[in-house]
Design a protein around this ligand. Structure first.
Ligand SMILES: Cc1cc2nc3c(=O)[nH]c(=O)nc-3n(C[C@H](O)[C@H](O)[C@H](O)COP(=O)(O)O)c2cc1C
Length: 315
């Protein structure tokens, strides 16, 4: 997905979060080539780390750099209950001193020219204590040399219920001044990305759900950035070409079993752009083997037709 995003114009990518212990245990062997691999087409690329021990974070950061990632991002936002129960991810938002200790240890082991960034939700919940903890981490992070902070405008408690609070992002950016803040939350269209930057002042945006099965969002963002009109939605034949290439990359990266499973999840999202959305979606849900892929492509992607706007089905 990262390579596809880059080909369509994304300026940088973050790899999916990895547990520090996982990184330390897979740093050699076949799994390493799957998870710790950075394509030449995907530069700069950040690796994101999650963990609970500053020392393990630091060691894993070293492994990721050696594997070829360009910078390290720390996850202080994951809202999954099991993750928080293990003092990882969003747990740090309620424990600012522990978060700052992790930043200290990781910054120490990274060469000065390697960037360190942090990803946070806007807090554990809506309480004043949570807000204070957020700003303690933010201030401490920048004081320790963190280069940018990505803020998702939902709380941990909120998970995905309700909107991302862009008003909070505006406050964060006003507080941060010239220090870099990247915005996250509810970016499903190219227009929304520019609206977020305009309304909140964030320096960049990170597209998440809006890009799954929809790499075209990046070419649309590029078009608006260059004052060009939005390109038309991709036709069915264009979608087919991209699906086939994404599948090829997925198989090459993950091998047949995991590659097919991963790609099926993406294809279900790609289906939103197809005029027969629900039929195509249901067909991809049933795909198991490589042959099944061919069958779906022949049945639904043979004849050209205009693409469908995927946005109404994105949340
Ligand atoms: C399937 C999925 C996987 C995600 N994985 C990560 C992750 O590994 N690290 C991270 O910081 N955020 C992760 N996120 C959160 C997104 O980066 C983003 O902050 C969040 O989805 C809000 O943006 P959106 O409303 O535009 O999707 C993930 C979100 C989704 C839907």
């Amino acid at each position: 997905m990262r390579v596809m995003a880059r080909r369509f114009g994304a300026g940088f990518t973050f790899a999916e979060v990895m547990l520090d212990r996982f990184v330390l245990s897979v740093s050699r062997g076949r799994k390493a080539t799957r998870y710790l691999r950075v394509s030449d087409e995907d530069r700069p690329a950040a690796a994101q780390l999650m963990g609970s021990e500053p020392e393990e974070f630091a060691q894993a950061a070293g492994v990721l750099l050696e594997a070829g990632f360009d910078w390290i991002d720390l996850n202080f936002g994951c809202p999954v209950r099991k993750v928080i129960g293990k003092c990882r991810g969003g747990w740090y938002l309620g424990n600012p001193q522990a978060a700052l200790e992790v930043i200290d240890r990781v910054r120490e082991v990274l060469p000065p020219d390697v960037a360190l960034t942090v990803k946070m939700r806007r807090g554990v919940d809506d309480s004043p204590a949570s807000r204070e903890a957020f700003f303690t981490i933010l201030e401490g992070a920048f004081a320790r040399g963190v280069n940018a902070v990505t803020v998702h405008g939902r709380t941990v408690k909120q998970r995905y219920d309700g909107p991302s609070d862009w008003g909070f992002l505006r406050q964060v950016k006003a507080w941060a001044g010239t220090r870099l803040i990247f915005g996250s939350g509810d970016l499903f269209t190219a227009e929304a990305c520019f609206r977020m930057m305009r309304e909140t002042g964030t320096d960049a945006v990170t597209v998440a759900r809006g890009a799954i099965g929809n790499p075209w969002i990046f070419s649309r963002i590029r078009a608006l950035a260059e004052n060009r009109p939005l390109p038309p939605l991709p036709t069915v034949r264009e979608q087919r070409e991209v699906l086939v290439e994404h599948l090829r990359l997925s198989l090459e990266t993950y091998g047949e079993k995991l590659g097919l499973r991963t790609m099926r999840n993406h294809a279900i999202k790609y289906a939103r752009l197809h005029p027969q959305y629900l039929d195509v979606r249901n067909a991809f849900v049933r795909v198991k083997r490589l042959d099944d892929w061919q069958t779906v492509l022949e049945r639904f992607y043979q004849d050209d037709a205009p693409g469908r706007d995927p946005v109404p089905d994105m949340t």
